[in-house]
Write a protein that binds this ligand. Sequence first.
Ligand code: ADP
Length: 333
Amino acid sequence: MLKIPTIQARKKYSSIGVLTSGGDAPGMNAAIRAVVRYAIVHGCQVHGILRGYSGLLDEQMIPLEATSVANIIQRGGTLLKTDRCEAFFKKSTRKKAAEILRKKGLEGLVVIGGDGSFTGAHLLEKENDFPVIGVPGTIDNDIAQTDDTIGFDTAVSTAIEAIDRIRDTASSHDRTFLVEVMGRSSGFIALQVGMAGGAETIIIPERKQSIQNICETIDRGIRRGKTSSIIVVAEGQKPGLSARLAQELSQSGHPAKVCILGHTQRGGTPTAHDRVLASVLGASAVAYLMAGKSSAMVGIQNSQVALVPFSKVIGVKKQVSQDLLQLAQELSS
Ligand code: ADP
């Protein structure tokens, strides 16, 4: 069971801001709700900043009451909307952002997003001495120093549901299916989905696999009486990976169908797991901010909430579990 850190509030902020930035993830709303309600209970007002850093620069802010976040815990996406903001890469723009935050009477900021959003938050803090705490919200679970991120569990559940359906057809027609899931530079979704969906093999950016390897896996299955196979593929950096693989498999005498799950994995009702995670991390972010902490992410380490400096998170590659990968392979053979 996750626990909120017990913190003595040192600084008494009277007003803080919250924004969501980068790719949306199911559970972001639950995190916003937790930030707002926890802050209000502890005597601090919250302003919701719309459309991430873009909205901040446009001064798009709304005061959020406890009732403003009613009935959102179960909704995917983000009430505050999100955006990618090129201008925030400039130091002068971040200075302007800090000026706007101060002008609006805000004394701290909670940023819900991924590695990119944390980079922007870290620079905003460092250059302008404006307190910021990050909450990891991304379906990819590719943020270092936290075992889990908001949205990952939901994305995996969505993909599993699809795979279970595809397996019915694969089995009825004795086919091989390549199911492409999200994951440009990391295979966390693919590994979890592959393991839970009993995939015959899992293709992720962290591990090179030749077509010959994949054909051998399919052939081994056929020799043992398998008539269909599911191969889970992380999308990778270049669009069209599963289609290219299907073509190569076909040329090697192993015809395969392709199903790309794409953005279906981003939306939808967050799982109970993601709602609880988001609630705990959102509240913890406010608790740490009010205790005078800054420039750090709240994450989960060994089922405990942990505060990790941005400097140990940003740009650090989180490794997929080789043990889990090996086990998934052994269990599918
Ligand atoms: P995510 O937060 O999901 O990783 P992005 O990488 O798209 O998403 O980043 C979201 C936003 O964070 C960017 O559009 C930009 O506004 C800000 N950001 C990302 N990287 C930087 C950076 N190096 N410097 C300043 N801001 C950044």
